[in-house]
Design a protein around this ligand. Sequence first.
Ligand code: GLP
Length: 285
Amino acid sequence: MATYTGREADPGNQRAAGRGDRMQVIIRPTAEEASWLVARMIGKCLKAKPDLVLGLATGATMERLYALLVKLHLSDGLDFSLCRTFNLDEYVGLPADSPYSYRHYMKTHLFDHVNLDPRNTHLPDGMAKDLGAECVRYEETIKRSGGVDLQLLGLGKVGHIGFNEPLSALYSRTREKALTPATIAENSRMFKDPAEMPRRAITMGVGTILEGREMIMLVTGTAKAEILAKAVEGPITSMITASAIQLHPDCVVVADEEAASKLQAREYYHWVFDNEPEWTEYRKK
Ligand code: GLP
């Protein structure tokens, strides 16, 4: 079996010297400031590469971030016209126009408010007749686009990225996945009738996600403190698929103080943001 080295994430070895080979944790005082930092980081990448392939996530945490990206578009002219997007996941059995589909979520929070070309926005089709073929098609579309440049991630309370539930192989690819009772309990709160929440989803695999060239995980709120500490500072385990980000050579976790409250090396993470040259431009308000 081939060994995953992390280098696959940078096939052309294009990563700038001095970058890569590390995960960083950046702590900001509030969720608003954490989200601003991520919005500015995305804005910088998009300006540097207008046809950026951006991996997108859903969830309540991302709503604040998407509102800020819309703000950057409207007030600073941040241009999404050539940007291509790939979402991590979609529920099985919900039509795109269902108010609970992730396609609908993305339209409501981002797509309808920036100048993204709808043809460049991709989510798995949870209504596909052949779900297996849809997963293969999704992977191929990502590959044809040149691969994800910047993957945005949230952190599920159960420790998942995308819908990679416990015991998802760290090499897994896009596939249909049965959701755990914990995820169903967590996400069904968004549904008017919780019983309507689908029990299955299509999700990019952990292996698919790790192939993104750069990764940013945004985590806010006390409810995430324990799982964030396990994901970032605990052992890598398929029981907490977010822990796989430790394998990635260019990953930044941005957390607010609340979410960071259980991290052991908080003092060090603060020092990095306050002193490392890479963060100078972001220290200015
Ligand atoms: C869903 C998504 C995940 C996301 C998670 C976090 O489960 N499939 O990709 O990370 O929600 O959601 P929230 O920000 O609401 O806690």
